[in-house]
Design a protein around this ligand. Structure first.
Ligand code: FES
Ligand SMILES: [Fe+2]
Length: 395
């Protein structure tokens, strides 16, 4: 009798390389090429790296305020975001509990009911199974052996913060507030607010989207360091120079860099209102944390921006940006030029980054590259992120 060997985990051939990532920064190599190029590892990452924590799914303002249902593909998973009559957002697996038809195919206003196109089972926007036509035979819409309350849509944990709808696919991450508390504590001295994140209002005209032909992790890595400022962002480096930057890393799941001298040279008659409690002596400080895995943040005294990375495949990522201000007053027409300048400034910076992120992706096709090395001074957050990824994949 022959016994077949169990299939090899896609991590097994990478184990030695991932262990090297965990070395001190002076000796460490970076992540191996395969984690930037392999679709098998992309799916594995979804399940081991992104699924067990809180990931940004979309901006809440992309879901209209009326009762609504929007299908969302997230790393190959069909998901569904609904908004009910009271404005509550929920996330579900977008699959009918009967024979597994994808339930909602296109975003649409909903009149409170989602009906499957196959056998017309229907669900409320809170996921409750409401109707099961002919389930007990022709014209018998109920069945004694069938308990509808057990067959609603399968929910996914979600939470909203800074205009982002976060999801925890595995369902067993710590509460979202527990997850985000260390970042709130870190940023509190800068913003002057105990809860860390200042109250913000969205500028509806601020949003923009960039498509990057690169793995999502390269966009994170590039965002984590200021080392490339003089070469890639000459304009930004003039008003927020490299020499005034510093790094920070958290024991768990965020890292980033900050500037002690963020001073855009925008000259107009008016200055944008500042966040009320932002300490005067920190007026020109700014911080740029990445909340792992995919939410990139920027805190300045007069605006906050959020970039959401949506991994579409191992080699394509969508970057979606929103900019927020400190109150309705900051949206007045008198500040339009300033808001436009801020949006243009960040759009330029993020567009400049696309070239290097795609260039790093192209380099990952090289058989002569084995993770590279790190500057022990300039790449500290990048190494921190690599270690976070390696640890999760090795588990
Ligand atoms: S698969 Fe949806 S009603 Fe049958
Ligand atoms: Fe950059």
């Amino acid at each position: 009798m022959s016994t077949a060997a169990p299939p090899e985990s896609p991590i097994t051939p990478l184990r030695a390389a991932l262990v090297e990532v965990l070395q001190p920064i002076e000796q460490a190599r970076g992540l191996p090429n395969a984690v930037y190029t392999s679709e098998t590892l992309f799916t594995l990452e979804r399940d081991r790296l992104i699924g067990p924590t809180w990931a940004g799914l979309l901006f809440t303002d992309s879901i209209p305020l009326q009762p609504y249902a929007q299908p969302v593909d997230f790393m190959g998973l069909p998901l569904l975001v609904t908004r009910d009559r009271t404005g509550v957002l929920r996330v579900f697996h977008n699959v009918c509990s009967h024979r597994g038809m994808k339930l909602v195919d296109a975003a649409a206003d909903s009149h409170g009911v989602l009906t499957c196109r196959y056998h017309a089972w229907s669900y409320a926007l809170d996921g409750t199974l409401k109707a099961t036509p002919h389930i007990g035979g022709v014209d018998q819409h109920q069945c004694p052996a069938f308990d509808s309350s057990q067959h609603g849509l399968r929910p996914i944990r979600s939470a909203t913060c800074l205009g982002v709808l976060f999801i925890n696919l595995s369902g067993d991450a710590p509460d979202f507030e527990e997850h985000v508390a260390p970042l709130r504590q870190h940023i509190a001295p800068l913003t002057g607010i105990k809860q860390g994140f200042p109250p913000v209002v969205a500028d509806p005209d601020s949003g923009f989207t960039l498509t990057v032909h690169a793995n999502w992790k390269l966009a994170v890595e590039n965002y984590l360091e200021a080392y490339h400022l003089p070469t890639i962002h000459p304009a930004l480096n003039r008003y927020s120079p490299l020499k005034d930057h510093y790094h920070f890393v958290n024991a768990e799941h965020f890292a980033g860099q900050g500037s002690r001298a963020y001073q855009p040279s925008i000259t107009t008659a008016a200055a944008l209102p500042l966040f009320k409690r932002w300490p005067a002596e920190r007026r020109h400080m700014a911080e740029y944390p990445t909340l792992y895995p995919n939410v990139l943040l920027g805190f300045q005294a007069d605006h906050v921006f959020v970039m959401l990375l949506t991994p579409n495949s191992s080699t394509t990522t969508t970057e979606t940006v929103r900019i927020y201000y400190c109150g309705e007053g900051a949206k007045a027409p008198i500040y339009q030029d300033l808001r436009t300048a801020i949006q243009k400034g960040w759009r330029l910076v993020f567009t400049e980054d696309v070239m290097v992120v795609e260039g790093m992706q192209a380099g990952r096709a090289s058989i002569g590259y084995r993770g590279g090395t790190f500057s022990p001074m300039m790449d500290i957050p990048t190494h921190h992120f690599h270690q976070w990824v390696a640890r999760q994949l090795l588990q």
